[in-house]
Design a protein around this ligand. Structure first.
Ligand code: ZN
Length: 398
């Protein structure tokens, strides 16, 4: 027997009468049902049989099995039952399913080389997976979304017919389902002039009924496979207006309109870049001034210059440069930096009888940490002491 469910013929029938063919515990099979089972990415219909909640609907072979919420129901074999399908949820599924075919058509038009790789309808959004070698960026998605909504407005008829499997196996325009189900004929959904695809789901009668499509985002699943998440109907509008409200907030904060917004943001980023550069230069100047302003202690044969600083790592080159090349012949410069722990740089002039490396070794022995260098220039860090303690120790040692 070829699978030929009633919901294909009356896709918007939400109430029906039928007889129970078999009933066993929570499992109920009807002579005829309009409940759509979970299949091909479309979730099972929600609803009731004689007022009893249907929890799940599954296809077993060619039979549709209603799984009831519990066993306390009166759905005995031979009994006439009234089926009621949750219309809101089913319409949502039909919008999403029809929407998927529209999105697929848009993908083919915008990206060209695509194949179908998967589809699923979630509670709020649906997804369609494309096989494509094209780069799918925001611009691609925006173009696709625009085309989708144009196609919706064109109110293109959505029809279906059974087609011999071999008649479509080699037709290039049918790419929606890779795995063609077994059987002599398959069901082909046709959005007039836009997309043809093998599909067993429920669809609306024209594209206008989808209302709106909003492409949420994309995700690269693996090389050559991209998932596109989209919303339909009210949820699409809700997201669109959410986006618009954010845009309005941004324009009001920046006191401009949406056409001038990108330029305004660019200007702001440029001026921030300039300010950051200026700040950086000022900061460097401050560090240099502090170094020049160090305390001086006359010693036998040389002068000890010492200063504690707060200089970030970006200015460590200034410190190194000063300690290496900015020391007079009879000077010893010790810079204690408090940024992220205590570090010390020692520079020794050519006529001063002091070994920079020894100073660092002495500090390491007293306060832990480590470092080293030459007799003229040495650096160390990780000392477990305050800058004042380090400074006192240097004053004692030198
Ligand atoms: Zn479909």
């Amino acid at each position: 027997m070829v699978y030929d469910p009633s919901y294909w013929y009356e896709q918007k029938r939400f109430e029906f009468e039928s007889k129970v063919e078999s009933s066993e515990g929570k499992r109920v099979i009807l002579k005829d049902t309009y409940f759509h089972p979970e299949e091909g990415g479309q979730p099972a219909d929600k609803g009731t049989l004689n007022g009893y909640e249907v929890k799940d609907v599954q296809k077993e072979g060619d039979e549709i099995v209603h799984h009831m919420e519990n066993t306390s129901h009166d759905l005995k074999e031979g009994k006439t039952v009234k089926g009621k399908i949750d219309e809101g949820f089913r319409i949502y599924c039909m919008r999403a399913h029809t929407g998927a075919h529209i999105v697929f058509g848009a993908g083919r038009e915008v990206m060209g080389d695509i194949n179908y790789s998967g589809f699923d309808i979630g509670e709020k959004k649906a997804r369609i997976d494309f096989e494509t070698s094209s780069r799918v960026d925001r611009k691609t998605l925006s173009k696709m979304e625009e085309r989708c909504n144009q196609i919706i407005l064109e109110k293109r008829p959505v029809t279906w017919k059974m087609v011999k499997k071999e008649d479509i196996e080699n037709s290039e325009d049918i790419a929606f389902a890779k795995k063609i189900p077994s059987g002599e004929k398959v069901r082909v959904i046709d959005i007039e002039g836009w997309d043809r695809g093998v599909c067993s789901g429920t669809h609306l009668s024209d594209t206008l009924e989808v209302g709106r499509i909003y492409i949420v985002n994309k995700k690269k699943l693996q090389e050559g496979v991209t998932r596109v998440n989209f919303c339909v109907g009210k949820e699409a509008l809700r997201r669109e207006y959410g986006e618009k409200r954010s845009l309005l907030r941004a324009t009001s904060i920046l006191e401009t309109d949406h056409t001038n917004l990108p330029g305004k943001i660019k200007d702001l980023l440029n001026s921030r870049g300039r300010l950051e550069k200026e700040l950086e230069e000022l900061e460097a100047l401050r560090v240099e001034r502090e170094i020049d302003d160090c305390e001086r202690y006359p010693r036998e044969g040389y002068e000890l210059l010492i200063q504690t600083l707060q200089a970030s790592t970006e200015h460590s080159d200034i410190i190194a440069h000063k300690a290496k090349d900015g020391v007079g012949p009879e000077e010893v410069l010790v810079l204690v930096n408090e940024d992220q722990g205590i570090s010390v740089s020692v520079g020794v002039g050519e006529d001063a009888d002091v070994d920079a490396d020894h100073v660092i070794n002495e500090l390491s022995r007293e306060f832990g940490g480590g470092g080293g260098g030459t007799s003229r220039f040495a650096q160390g860090g990780g000392f477990k002491a305050s800058s004042q303690e380090v400074k006192r120790s240097v004053l004692d040692y030198l």
